[in-house]
Design a protein around this ligand. Sequence first.
Ligand SMILES: [Zn+2]
Length: 185
Amino acid sequence: MDRAPDFGSGGWGFESSRAYNIQLFFGFPLLLFPESVYRFMFAALSEAEIAFEKDEVPIGAVVVHNNRIIGKGHNQVETLNDPTAHAEMIAITAASNNLSSKYLTDCELYVTLEPCVMCTGAVILAKLPKLYFGAFEPKSGACGSIYNFAEDKKLNHTIKIYSGIYAEESKNLLQSFFDKKRKIN
Ligand SMILES: [Zn+2]
């Protein structure tokens, strides 16, 4: 299944097929992660696409508990005039509300881009044990790029990190957003 990176008004074609692609290797699916990981990252990408449509930097996140999405969010910094309205923060708040718990110890966070310092901090405070992200953010990522708080042993909570899931799709969406901005300005 092909998901052409065509981000016109119809978006990625997610709505029509809800299909997500899995790389083939000699005709067989090349799965580095369980199928559910792709499914949930695809949901995070769909959130990123919503941000794109709202003219926000397209980043999306979901929190999963018992194989079910219990919180989702997309970047809303411009809409809310709030520098803390990152996708991860919104998804974590939604998940905490959903579970009526300040800790998300049995949950996983999926986000399309490597989290920043603030969001990595929030993941640590929520005691989220696992984090899956798409593309690396070399300028501000705090899970391996400029810092690695997620695995810093000085903190009393470390997070298991998995990266590279739908990284190309995530990067393409960001790229076309910034291309669009450059054309307008
Ligand atoms: Zn952030």
